[in-house]
Design a protein around this ligand. Structure first.
Ligand SMILES: [Fe+2]
Length: 151
């Protein structure tokens, strides 16, 4: 395992998680109207998940002998809920990609592989959740009805 390469990749991930803390917090702060009732807490929960991952990854970088970054990337924000959900899906998909890249570098270190896999699973859950949230409900309902007719 190339220790320097894995530390660099974990720092890219850490930057992404810090971006998530800010991006999801901002989404939670600015949402207004009736959907605030549902999504303010939802986005805050995702901000907390990003913070939890940042904490785990930061601790791991130090354990490996590296120095954790304290910077983040630009956040994406919008007052259009659908757009925010699309940003969120893209954010989670990018996280899946980054943890997969880290897993390739961690080959041979079983404990590190498990550590990364545990987080990867939660990132994939995020992709699955936002994918479902972005599905058009009436159209899916119609599809389900025609499916049940067909069977
Ligand atoms: Fe994360």
């Amino acid at each position: 395992m190339d220790r320097k390469a894995i530390i660099n990749q974990l720092n890219e991930i850490l930057k992404h998680e810090w971006t998530g803390v800010a991006q999801y917090s901002q989404a939670s702060f600015i949402i207004e109207g009736v959907w605030r009732q549902v999504y303010a807490d939802h986005f805050l929960g995702d901000a907390k998940e990003s913070f939890k991952h940042a904490q785990l990854v930061g601790e791991k970088i130090v354990a490996l002998g590296g120095v954790p970054v304290a910077t983040r990337n630009e956040i994406k924000q919008s007052r259009d809920l659908k757009e925010v959900l699309e940003f969120s899906l893209a954010f989670e998909a990018k996280a899946v990609e980054m943890y997969n890249q880290a897993l390739d570098l961690a080959e041979g270190d079983r404990a590190l592989v498990i550590f990364l896999e545990d987080i990867l699973k939660e990132e994939q859950d995020g992709v699955d959740e936002y994918t479902k949230l972005l599905r058009d409900t009436p159209a899916s309902g119609a599809a389900a009805t025609s499916d049940s007719k067909a069977s």
